[in-house]
Design a protein around this ligand. Structure first.
Ligand code: NAD
Length: 543
């Protein structure tokens, strides 16, 4: 028994290691990269703590060297999905009854393992499987995952300590029950940390999950699962079911005890899942919680008072890091004509210095895009711009998929602020620029607000603080994460809770207690000390 009231302090965010030449961490990382490439790994489904080798397999390939397979993974079938649902429900009985501090301690231990023993492994798996350079992997696969785990334990404290007041003759309490059933976690390819959080946020609050990882992130996601188990996660709390999305979605969403969907990925997939839930609505025991973070068409708006050097550097980082495959990547930019010549020169000079290639060469700032369909989609947009009279490719525009899926960082200048590449999510290293006349700035801000259906991230660059504040106000629904004089990417757990509205999702703010609230169903309990003994009120005549 333990009747102490626990208090988890605000965590420190995980420090980012430098990976300088000859550093210990760089040596260890390269050993792991070399080992993994030769590992010929065989990845099973993991359900109820047991491994399932279904025999229906796909290769684990590297986006920057796609003919090379480093192993295979087994895909789930309907039979294992039945077992997964049963396991999740069975494990829930024990997991939800466990003291929440024990659940927190498992998350904190997983964070510790990733910070130390498995740091190189998590980075190497993310770098190889998802084609990320060292820095891009370190900031998210390692640091952001650790931050999510630690902050989830901390934010759970905040939720559990939220209690109503009690008045005369009564005691009032709130219990934060996990949802009645299981949670379906569906993760995207682009962030290892998101895959961790899509499971661990509901799990922290006493839920169990069925986890559908993206096939293109299978390597890092498998190791996360193994680390969670080593940290003490009991069998069946998270059930790892790689495989075909449509098969898994159809089966899992059809179960009456499906209590919530925790999703990050494209709009099309989320809309499809939402529709499926709608069709099954009368089957469910409860109204499922639908939490989904989806696409973005993120912008940088430049005020005439901005510093051209700062604008150019942040545009390059915001648009081209991780090949623009961030939901928050800068993909459209509004620049005043007075600053354009100077910004353009600096921007093109910087782009000329960008190296692209394999993740094994740390000098490569840009690596490959995730797969062939992403490559074809991105190059389709570039070709569209090339053949249009309303646009000019002012940098890059070349691509080659013979060895890896490489797309050059590409800058398009358009004369049409509503040009297709100003509106649609491309999810690749493509930045479109529209130059506005300085005198038309109010109109340009309005255009920025109404150009795209999304509302995820956006930035304003301005030395004029009043102007920045006015633009921030006018664009209040254009971005759920808004930046003043910074790039629109790189939010940090606990510091900038993340998520957008409009078509960008349900804006439940990953990395904050808002998200955790979605995974509980509170119960209010009132106890009366002296219950009523008469149905009438005193003011009524008793004579
Ligand atoms: P995706 O929609 O293609 O896939 C996401 C996941 O859904 C994958 O695991 C996939 O296998 C699964 N899936 C696909 N069809 C399914 C079905 N019918 N039933 C169940 N699962 C199904 O997205 P992606 O390509 O992995 O990720 C890129 C997208 O994610 C971009 O649009 C990006 O903007 C978005 N994203 C958003 C955020 C955010 O926080 N807003 C963060 C990262 C990525």
């Amino acid at each position: 028994m333990n009747n102490a009231i626990f208090n988890f302090n605000t965590p420190q965010n995980e420090p980012i290691l430098g990976y300088l030449k000859d550093s210990k961490e760089r040596k260890s990382l390269f050993e792991e990269l070399n080992r993994l490439q030769k590992s010929n790994i065989e990845i099973p489904c993991i359900i109820g703590g047991k491994e399932y080798f279904t025999g229906d397999t796909s290769e684990v390939t590297l986006p920057h060297d796609h003919k090379k397979s480093i192993g295979k993974f087994h895909k789930v079938t309907e039979r294992e999905l039945d077992i997964a649902i049963k396991s999740a429900l069975e494990a829930k009985k024990i997991w939800s009854e466990l003291s929440w501090t024990v659940r927190a301690s498992i998350l904190l231990k997983a964070a510790e393992l990733i910070s130390t023993k498995y740091r190189s492994l998590v980075n190497a798996a993310t770098m190889l499987g998802q084609s990320k350079n060292i820095y891009q992997s370190e900031i998210e696969a390692v640091c952001e995952t650790i931050d999510f785990l630690k902050y989830n334990a901390f934010f759970a404290t905040k939720i559990y300590e939220t209690q109503p007041k009690s008045s005369f003759n009564q005691l009032n309490k709130m219990e934060f029950r996990p949802l009645e059933g299981f949670v379906f976690s569906v993760s995207p390819f682009n962030f290892t940390a998101i895959a961790a959080n899509l499971n661990m946020a509901p799990v922290m609050m006493g839920n169990t999950t069925i986890w559908k990882p993206a096939s293109t992130a299978i390597l890092s996601n498998y190791y996360l699962m193994k680390i969670f188990m080593e940290a003490g996660m009991p069998a069946g709390v998270i059930n790892f079911v790689p495989g075909k999305g449509s098969l898994i979605g159809e089966k899992v969403l059809n179960d009456p005890l499906m209590a919530g969907v925790h999703f990050t990925g494209s709009n099309d997939t989320f809309n499809h899942l939402w529709r499926q839930v709608g069709q099954n609505l009368t089957k469910y025991r409860s109204y499922p919680r639908l939490v989904g973070e989806t696409g973005g068409k993120d912008f940088i708006f430049v005020h005439p008072s901005a510093d051209p050097q700062e604008v150019a550097a942040n545009a390059v980082k915001g648009a081209f890091e991780y090949q623009g495959q961030k939901c928050s990547a800068a993909s459209r930019m509004y620049i005043p004509s007075s600053l354009w010549p100077e910004i353009k020169k600096i921007l093109l000079d910087m782009c000329n210095d960008i190296k692209m290639g394999d993740v094994m060469d740390p000098d490569n700032y840009v690596n490959a895009v995730i797969d062939e369909s992403a490559f074809d989609n991105i190059t389709g947009y570039i070709e569209y711009a090339r053949s249009s009279g309303d646009a000019e490719i002012i940098f890059g525009g070349n691509a080659d998929k013979s060895e890896g899926y490489f797309v050059e960082p590409t800058i398009i200048e358009t004369t049409d602020p509503y040009f297709k590449t100003m509106q649609e999510e491309i999810f690749g290293p493509v930045l479109t620029i529209w130059v506005y006349q300085d005198g038309d700035i109010d109109k340009a801000v309005e255009i920025c607000d109404n150009t795209s259906p999304y509302g995820l991230t956006g930035a304003v660059f301005s030395k004029d603080r009043i102007a920045a504040s006015k633009i921030c106000e006018k664009l209040k629904y254009s971005a759920g994460n808004f930046y003043i004089n910074d790039k629109p990417t790189g939010s940090i757990v606990g510091l900038q809770p993340f998520g957008g509205s409009r078509a960008s999702g349900t804006n439940d703010k990953a990395g904050a207690e808002f998200n955790l609230f979605r995974w509980v169903s509170p119960r209010s309990i009132k106890e009366t000390f002296q219950p009523a003994t008469d149905f009438r009120y005193d003011y009524m005549s008793k004579g």
